[in-house]
Write a protein that binds this ligand. Structure first.
Ligand code: DGL
Length: 269
């Protein structure tokens, strides 16, 4: 049995960590499409094709349930996949709905009408494709009224993290936060809308200042997965745990080991 976790690269490891802490007995097959990262600068069609190919690989590895631990794929491809591609006996779930539910103080799956919530000025940091999709704003509008969202497309941050150039990643985070603040000087909350960004959470918080509440996804996604598996235990699948990449396994293993601070061995997908 195993659940699949997919990302374009290493960002989904932030979700994997939280899932392994919350559900230590659930084996995970992690797939990084490192050969095609970053997704955030690609077209929706491209993101759809690549995400379907990776998810199919996870289905082939025995997973019946796959988490897209990638906001870009969740924003640009998930709805189309669910409507036209996912077989009836499989499930593919995205990562940003649990985050928006937490931010709008809702229980998982609460479908009541939108209402006023605590946060009013929200800074959204995400990849160019996620920002262009406006999927966050759409999901938020279903649940909350009176929330002003300013989105900042953080070009370059995912590439820098994938290359292991954390000095560049930090400089880019600072400059993207400055650009956001020129548009919205006093956000009261910030969303890290890319699973790579929690690896830079300290830099985001330092640039935003201590009064801005920073929301990131990992723990929220782990909690909603636990809830989902409670209700659908048969979705655990048949596969055996492992780490797969479409990139160079040795290189991806080294970076993953650096981020998770424990030895991770990727094999070729
Ligand atoms: N971790 C992916 C996300 O959450 C990064 C996308 C990319 O490859 O640009 O959006």
């Amino acid at each position: 049995m195993a659940v699949g976790i997919f990302d374009s690269g290493l960002g989904g490891l932030t979700v994997l960590e939280a899932v392994q802490k919350r559900l230590p007995d659930v084996p995970i097959v992690y797939l990084a499409d490192s050969a095609h990262a970053p997704y955030g600068v690609r077209t929706s069609d491209d993101i759809f094709e690549l995400t379907c190919a990776s998810v199919q690989r996870l289905f082939d590895a025995g997973c019946d349930l796959v988490i897209l631990a990638c906001n870009t794929a969740s924003a640009a491809a998930l709805r189309r996949m669910q409507e036209s591609w996912v077989p009836p006996d499989k499930r593919v779930l995205g990562v940003f709905v649990p985050l928006i539910e937490a931010m709008t103080e809702r229980q998982w799956g609460d479908n009541s009408p939108p209402r006023e919530v605590g946060v009013k000025h929200v800074a959204l940091f995400a990849t160019p494709a996620t920002v262009a999709s406006r999927a966050f704003q759409r999901e938020l509008a279903f649940r909350a009224i009176g929330v002003d969202v300013e989105a900042q497309a953080c070009g370059g941050v995912v590439d820098a993290i994938e290359e292991g150039d954390m000095i560049l990643a930090e400089a880019l985070v600072r400059s993207h936060v400055d650009a956001l603040k020129r548009k919205m000087p006093d956000p009261d909350a910030a969303i890290l809308g890319c699973t790579h960004y929690p690896l830079m959470e300290d830099s985001f918080q330092a640039s935003l200042g201590p009064d801005v509440q920073v929301f990131s996804q990992a723990d929220l996604v782990a909690e909603s997965l636990a809830d989902y598996l409670d209700r659908h235990p048969h979705m655990l699948g048949q596969g055996a745990a492992g780490f797969l990449t479409t990139g160079t396994p040795a290189r991806v293993s080294d970076r993953a080991t650096q981020f998770l601070r424990r030895r991770i061995e990727f094999t070729a997908a």
